[in-house]
Design a protein around this ligand. Structure first.
Ligand code: CP3
Length: 334
């Protein structure tokens, strides 16, 4: 079994595995080269040949321990009837019909995603992580119609029409279960739910939202024995409610001390925690910060940890520094 799956399943490790969110992205010259071959970003994601090549890039370039499907969390919204565009200047732009007019999700509408999964599995022996946006983060983009710093629209809906808020979460949760099921059936070895905007919620709002996350975890657990990872930003104030959920692993940001996560998640896997802006520092600092984190984890456990950042790599990061980080983790033996 791969190091990554061993870590998630609690088996003994010789070292901690490492992969990085947005590991195939614009900071990588090889990504920028491939990106030129597509008209726009969604075209890039839906072109199976290109998506396979991009997914595989980090294995060759960085030597990481797991691949993540190259796509975007907004891709499966189209089959629901939501229009999605990516503007090079404004980021994603979305337009949704009224909730009652949404279509039931049909995975065939994004068949290229599963074909990408199947082909990546044929080309690499590394474990492949499938993913989906979590209902709150998807709903936040849909209601806002674009990106935002605080996603007020979905919070307004929560307070002004609680029934519709839950209806929106239910529709998205059903889509997430079907979408992730199809990725697992195509060969994904683990799946991660991205709740990047969880932190705009109050703890009370988050608590009222968690049954939708439980619906997703239970729905997948009933059908598959594949590790489920929940990534949420805002770990520092939301972790108590989050950790009650039946996920196998939690990917945390840097707002939660690693010691607290390790203690609260005894017997379950922790992923992440390093602040990505460490990568703008001199090499020695990058090494020291990574080793400091690894030592804290190793003091508590020798498995059930996957090295990652608290959020994704940014386009202006240097490839050599990212490589140094990966090598530092790989050289840290247990
Ligand atoms: O991690 C990986 O390498 C896998 C691929 C992946 C992408 N997006 C590629 C991408 C994954 C897992 C995502 C998830 C995603 N997409 C999230 C959750 C994680 C997070 O970053 O918080 C969110 C919120 C999105 C939505 C999204 N996609 C936005 C707001 C943008 C525009 C901002 C930006 O970074 O450009 C994207 C575009 C996007 N998704 C790019 C990539 C490589 C850049 C697009 C390009 O090449 O022009």
């Amino acid at each position: 079994m791969s190091l990554f799956l061993k870590a998630l399943r609690g088996e003994p490790l010789e070292r901690f595995p490492v992969w990085l969110m947005r590991q195939a992205g614009r900071y990588m010259p090889q990504y920028r080269e491939l990106r030129k071959r597509a008209k726009d970003f969604l075209d890039f994601c839906s072109n199976v040949e290109l998506a396979v090549e991009v997914t595989l890039l980090p294995e060759k370039v960085l030597g990481i321990d797991a691949l993540i499907l190259f796509s975007d969390i907004l891709v499966p919204l189209k089959p629901l009837g939501v229009e999605v565009k990516f503007s090079p200047f404004e980021g994603p732009l979305l337009k949704a019909p009224p909730l009652d007019e949404w279509k039931e999700f049909d995975p065939k509408g994004v068949g290229f995603v599963f074909e990408t999964v199947r082909r990546v599995k044929r080309r690499s022996n590394l474990p492949l992580i499938g993913f989906s946006g979590a209902p709150f983060t998807l709903g936040a983009y849909i209601l806002e119609g674009k990106t935002s710093k605080d996603f007020k629209e979905i919070r307004k809906l929560f307070y002004s029409d609680r029934k519709r808020f839950h209806l929106l979460m239910e529709k998205l949760s059903r889509m997430v279960v079907e979408y992730l099921s199809a990725q697992i059936e195509a060969g994904a070895d683990a799946v991660q739910l991205f709740d990047s905007w969880a932190y705009v919620m109050s703890p009370e709002m988050f608590k009222e939202y968690t049954p939708h996350l439980k619906f997703i975890a239970d729905g997948l657990k009933a059908r598959f024995d594949v590790p489920l990872i929940y990534f949420f930003r805002g770990s520092g104030f939301l972790y108590k409610e989050a950790f009650k959920l039946p996920f196998d692993a939690f990917s945390i940001d840097w707002s939660l001390p690693i010691e607290v996560a390790l203690k609260e998640l005894s017997g379950r896997a922790v992923q992440g925690n390093l602040d990505p802006t460490v990568l703008y520092a001199p090499d020695e600092v990058i090494k020291n910060e990574a080793i400091k984190l690894l030592q804290k984890v190793a003091k508590d456990r020798k498995t059930l940890y996957v090295f990652n950042l608290g959020h994704g790599l940014a386009p202006d990061m240097e490839l050599n520094k990212v490589k140094l980080l990966v090598d530092t983790v790989k050289n840290f033996s247990l």
